[in-house]
Design a protein around this ligand. Structure first.
Ligand code: COA
Length: 315
């Protein structure tokens, strides 16, 4: 099997911070309710910034930290459900802004909050057929543009941001062993698109999504370990979609994973959808928590319903 490893990460969030107390001034909620139910204390919300700008800055940082030049990139994927423009895609905007070569494969993909894991797997497959060794895998969402600000049970969960990873492909490296899936029959999480003629607004059955998430994360972790033949104790970090601290706690407890192997930053950012995993990876790199050879299990879940897990090694 051949596969990718992580070279470097970057992230970018809007300047404006909205705390739970700020929300409590606008709607019937409280810091105590939000933080005890979700672990979220604040989130960044776009003002002038656009989703494409956040992705560009995150990608720039990832290239710099990876020590990879734009012309070495063969594949540029952006996972998003809130692109600034439907066309050109955000990935095309990155090609221009970063000066990627014109034969770079550039496109956006939408697997909601699972987008980054889907994109990582896709990048690995595409690099196997590319003359270049590196891919930019970006997750960026401006969820504030599509949340229903009159629905206090969903709008308090989300934030805006972008995260990016530069991955390197080598034929002799193992695959990330992605486990991806979808249940299109479910309507637990929904947002209309432009073709529907309706205003895009997120609607969700919170309690049922919560249950789905805990079960899915535990199952994906087990499947990724089995598929890659990895012992759980050999994994340094479990980087799980940052939707709710209670989901992470419950899933980790089910799998027997201690807090010292979890990275959790949602108190500051809320659920940033496709950005959540690469944003966490970028902060971890910034804090010096990622070392060459570290093995990480990544798990995403979200609208679709979709889910995905992968084993990513630090190069
Ligand atoms: N502030 C105060 N009260 C709130 C509130 C808010 N922001 N939102 C809901 N409530 C109220 C409800 O109206 C309900 O009141 P009632 O009992 O008088 O009817 C009460 O709190 C409990 O609501 P409930 O929905 O049962 O709460 P919960 O414990 O299930 O928590 C979520 C709600 C949304 C935090 C939780 O279900 C969740 O996190 N689900 C997963 C969502 C998710 O991660 N989605 C994205 C996946 S990618």
């Amino acid at each position: 099997m051949s596969g990718v490893k992580l070279r470097g990460c970057g992230h970018c969030v809007p300047a404006r911070v909205v705390t739970n107390d700020d929300l409590a001034r606008r709607m019937d909620t409280s810091d105590a309710w939000i933080s005890s139910r979700t672990g979220i204390r604040s989130r960044h919300i776009c003002g002038e910034e656009t989703q494409a700008q956040l992705c560009t800055e995150a990608a720039r940082m990832a290239l710099e930290r990876a020590g990879v030049r734009p012309e070495e990139i063969g594949v540029c994927l952006v996972a998003t459900m809130t692109p600034e423009s439907l066309m050109p895609s955000t990935a095309c905007a990155l090609q221009k802004a970063l000066g990627l070569a014109q034969d770079t494969v550039c496109f956006d993909m939408n697997a909601a909050c699972t987008g980054f894991v889907y994109a990582l797997h896709t990048a690995e497959c595409l690099l196997a057929a590319s003359p270049r060794r590196f891919a930019l895998v970006v997750g960026g969402d401006a969820m504030s543009r599509i949340v229903d600000w009159s629905d206090r049970s969903t709008c308090i969960l989300f934030g805006d941001g972008a995260g990016a990873a530069v991955v390197e492909y080598r034929p002799e490296w193992p695959s990330v062993g992605a486990v991806l899936g979808c249940d299109g029959d479910s309507e637990l999480l929904y947002a209309a698109g432009p073709g529907s003629g309706k205003t895009p607004r997120i609607a969700m059955e919170g309690t049922r999504v919560f249950k789905f998430a805990v079960e899915t994360v535990s199952r994906c972790i087990a499947q990724v370990l089995a598929r890659t033949g990895t012992a759980q104790e050999d994994v340094r970090w479990f980087v799980l979609h940052q939707a709710n601290a209670r989901i992470i706690d419950l899933a980790a407890r089910r799998c027997g994973i201690g807090a010292d192997r979890l990275y959790v930053n949602l108190s500051q950012y809320g659920n940033t959808s496709a950005a959540s995993i690469p944003l966490a990876l970028s902060e971890m790199q910034e804090k010096g928590l990622l070392h060459s050879g570290d093995r990480m299990v990544l798990v995403g879940f979200g609208g679709g319903l979709t889910w995905g897990g992968a084993l990513l090694d630090m190069a």
